[in-house]
Design a protein around this ligand. Structure first.
Ligand SMILES: Nc1nc2c(c(=O)[nH]1)N[C@H]1C(S)=C(S)[C@@H](COP(=O)(O)OP(=O)(O)OC[C@H]3O[C@@H](n4cnc5c(=O)[nH]c(N)nc54)[C@H](O)[C@@H]3O)O[C@H]1N2
Ligand SMILES: Nc1nc2c(c(=O)[nH]1)N[C@H]1C(S)=C(S)[C@@H](COP(=O)(O)OP(=O)(O)OC[C@H]3O[C@@H](n4cnc5c(=O)[nH]c(N)nc54)[C@H](O)[C@@H]3O)O[C@H]1N2
Ligand code: SF4
Ligand SMILES: [Mo]
Length: 710
């Protein structure tokens, strides 16, 4: 009998896009992933890694049982219940000796794409009493948190792409990353179609990127600054807007405290100064500012290219200041940007939450006196938290949906730190680098083996939308849902777990579907309406409008340029980015075929199988290097070997590589890990300890043939 194929609807959960998919399933295996053309948000779009989504479940390296490290450093299968009990025992011993702060949780990217995992991981963590919570946000875009703390937040909501006539994207390439920065969902889904449609209705698009990216190819204006100089560029854009009086005087009068201070601080940052520092011609700086401020609606949003640079907190602050002075926020009485469907609606008000500088009061780490922000310590100090002696040194680390061995800056130190732990637990469906170093690897269900909904992703959808998917594939018998592992670990440790307002009974836990329903109880749409709509539920506008300021809130103002930000601007203006020893600047770049390390080892997915070091062909010629040649890339932090690739989209003087490749096992042919080059002390940001991961000074040289053989 020929195998029976059934076609199921679901949504992909490898990135925030949550694209609607059709899955052909045969004998419990996915044989084909198709974009769902009738999906109301993604409209049939999928990317290469999404189309290989079945490999996560069926690939040769899929873990179908949990693993335990043996005395010789290899791993052997262990039943998950045994592993959970052992982990609880070992945690208890560590806490008894060293206190709860010896236990840390690292929350990675893939944790965020399962609705139940973050709340349950956090619920377990809260029960430990530890302060050592880390996530990838602080090696990514925590500059946005810093901006909110130093500037304050306007609570009426941001303008949206759907009715904007101008948009500026800085250091983000949504056509590839499906991520336009700032959690501003409009450009996340079906990105090139979305951006093209916006342009057809008259939107003018400005892209700021040292590379002529796939997104820049769709832009009206492309500025290619020298990497790491965005803060100066944005100060210059503000200079033009403010000297030419293109700003929104009414918004500034109502909601800002210190406009004259900003005017003064950027007075000398003329387009000529910008040209000298950033390499962008003065007339183009002026024109870009005029196009942006000349629009009536639309924001500047930014991504990793800004948030990972040497002045990331300042650069982000000035992007936000540009939005503020141009008044690109929703006013009282306007339709609110209300995308809550399964989550609770938060009312929008035309007022300011003043700068709170909460990072001055949070838990204080012994590492550099750095403090927690939003309950998290910065991942930039995680390795020191593990390695530096001290009574509350981190000795046990649980990694949920992340791969810090590949993702953390200063790879050698990160590996040393992870290897030195008394207990490393990694929940991962494959033997990632972090899993290989772990004492226990918990094998979880993969995306199509679990029921889920889009509650966490609501802010990223362009319209109020929610989707539910049941599990489409049977899970292998040895695996466990991520959320269930945290519940069982809490139970084995004698910690009660509270979820959606009730204490869960670990002996008779709810099903995933019940948990998802509990999570959606405060939504505006009954969960049943979402469950019965296989392609998801478009909820329509909620009718909410931006309300008036409260009595308390009416007096609050945004701080455009507090003294510390001003000092950072002075420093950025005098910075020397490149040196003779390291004349080139290494930049970050994502590829369609991988989300961080996920996808890097799927056979045949990444073109060429690896991550090259791209340079402008003229730079290659000047260095005497040919396309395809093996080169050494050196920085102050370390060196690596990669294949050189000629790439005309890059500005001269830049090198571009993709992160999270490579392997701790030298037998693997898995590319090279770029974090061999990152993470020296230089450029680490105050407040959030954000390391420099783009605009890293490097030198590239040919590898002599005899060296290549060794
Ligand atoms: N040099 C340099 N370094 C960087 C960056 C850069 O641009 N340049 N980018 C930084 C950024 S923005 C980030 S976000 C980090 C990424 O840092 P991480 O989030 O730590 O890295 P990922 O590779 O995304 O790790 C995800 C892991 O989850 C696993 N996984 C997949 N599905 C599931 C699941 O259902 N359950 C569980 N439990 N696990 C699953 C995958 O196999 C993978 O090992 O890297 C940072 N590091
Ligand atoms: N396909 C795919 N999608 C992803 C991911 C992935 O790995 N692959 N990762 C996900 C994650 S974890 C994140 S955080 C988001 C990130 O999403 P994005 O921030 O959009 O990431 P990138 O696509 O790398 O775009 C960063 C851009 O910044 C530019 N850049 C580098 N240095 C500088 C600089 O100094 N100044 C300026 N102005 N630009 C600079 C680079 O050339 C690049 O085009 O993407 C998410 N989506
Ligand atoms: S963009 Fe790709 S990885 Fe992201 S949800 Fe869509 S198909 Fe999946
Ligand atoms: Mo990220």
């Amino acid at each position: 009998m020929p195998p029976v194929t059934s076609r199921r609807t679901s949504f992909c959960r490898l990135c925030a896009s949550s694209c609607g998919v059709l899955l052909d399933v045969e004998d419990g295996r996915i044989t084909r992933v198709l974009g769902d053309a009738q999906h109301p948000i993604s409209g049939g779009y999928t990317c290469p890694k999404g189309r290989r989504g079945g490999d996560l479940a069926h690939g040769p390296d899929r873990l179908t049982t949990s693993m335990r490290r043996t005395g010789t450093g290899t791993h052997e299968p262990v039943p998950v219940a045994r592993a959970t009990a052992d982990i609880a025992d070992r945690l208890r011993t560590i806490v008894d000796r060293h206190g709860p702060d010896a236990v840390a949780l690292f929350m990675g990217t893939q944790q965020n794409f399962a609705a139940l995992t973050p709340p349950m991981a956090r619920a377990w963590f809260r029960g430990t009493g530890s302060h050592k919570l880390f996530s990838t946000m602080t090696i990514d875009q925590s500059a946005k948190w810093v901006v909110a703390e130093r500037m304050g937040t306007y609570l009426g909501g941001r303008q949206r792409l759907e009715d904007a006539d101008v948009w500026l994207l800085a250091g983000t390439n949504p056509v590839v990353s499906a991520n336009g920065g700032d959690g501003d969902g409009a450009v996340v889904q079906n990105p090139s179609v979305t951006l093209r449609a916006a342009r057809e209705r008259g939107l003018r698009l400005i892209v700021v990127d040292p590379r002529h990216t796939e997104t820049a190819a769709l832009a009206d204006v492309h500025l290619a600054p020298r990497p790491g100089t965005d803060a100066v560029l944005f100060a210059g854009l503000l200079h033009v807007v403010l000297t030419e009086q293109l700003h929104d005087t009414d918004f500034c009068r109502r909601y800002t405290a210190d406009l004259p201070g900003l005017v003064d601080a950027v007075a000398d940052v003329t387009p000529t100064v910008v040209h000298r520092i950033c390499g962008v011609p003065a007339d183009r700086v002026r024109a870009a500012a005029q196009v942006f401020a000349g629009g009536s609606r639309g924001m500047a949003t930014s991504g990793t290219g800004l948030c990972m640079g040497p002045h990331s907190n300042l650069a982000e602050h000035l992007v936000a200041a540009l939005n503020v002075v141009c008044g690109r926020y929703l006013r009282e009485g306007e339709r609110a940007d209300d995308r809550a469907v399964l989550t609770r609606h938060a009312p929008a008000r035309a007022e300011v939450a003043p700068p709170a500088r909460a990072y001055e009061h949070g838990f204080r780490s012994r590492i550099g006196g750095v403090r927690a922000m939003r309950g998290e310590l910065p991942s930039g100090i995680l390795t020191d938290e593990i390695l530096e002696p001290g009574p509350d040194r981190v000795r046990a680390l649980i990694v949920s949906g992340g791969n810090p061995a590949a993702a953390l800056p200063d790879r050698a130190k990160a590996l040393r730190a992870l290897r030195s732990l008394d207990l490393l637990v990694c929940i991962d469906p494959r033997m990632s680098d972090t899993a290989r170093l772990a004492h226990y690897v918990i094998a979880p269900t993969t995306m199509y083996e679990r029921a889920d909904h889009t509650a966490i992703m609501e802010p990223f959808f362009p319209r109020p939308f929610a989707q539910f998917t049941p599990a489409v594939l049977p899970a292998p018998p040895g695996v466990v849902d991520d959320w269930r592992f945290f519940l069982d670990l809490a139970a084995a440790s004698g910690q009660p777990v509270k979820f959606a307002g009730r204490i869960l009974d670990p002996d008779a836990p709810p099903t995933s579907e019940q948990m998802l329903a509990m999570m959606a109880e405060r939504g505006r749409v009954p969960f049943a309406d979402v469950v019965t709509a296989p392609r998801g539920h478009l909820a329509g506008a909620s009718g909410a409008v931006v309300g008036p300021a409260t009595e308390d809130g009416a007096g609050h103002r945004l701080m455009l340029l507090p003294a510390d930000v001003r000092a950072e601007l002075v420093a950025a203006l005098t910075d020397r980015v490149v040196t003779e020893q390291f004349p080139l600047l290494l930049t970050v770049r994502r590829i369609r075929e991988a989300v961080n390390s996920t996808g890097t080892r799927v056979p045949g997915l990444v073109p060429g199988g690896t991550n090259p070091a791209s340079l402008h062909p003229d730079d290659l010629t000047a260095l005497g290097i040919t396309d395809g040649q093996v080169v050494t890339v050196r920085s102050a932090a370390g060196r690596l070997r990669a294949t050189a690739r000629a790439d005309r989209t890059l500005a001269r003087g830049t090198v571009s590589m993709t992160h999270c490749f490579g392997s701790v096992d030298p037998r693997d042919d898995a590319g090279v890990n770029v974090n061999a080059l990152t993470g020296t002390g230089a450029g680490v940001q105050a407040i959030n300890a954000m390391p420099t991961m783009t605009a890293v000074p490097v030198a590239v040289g040919a590898v002599a043939p005899e060296e290549e053989l060794s």
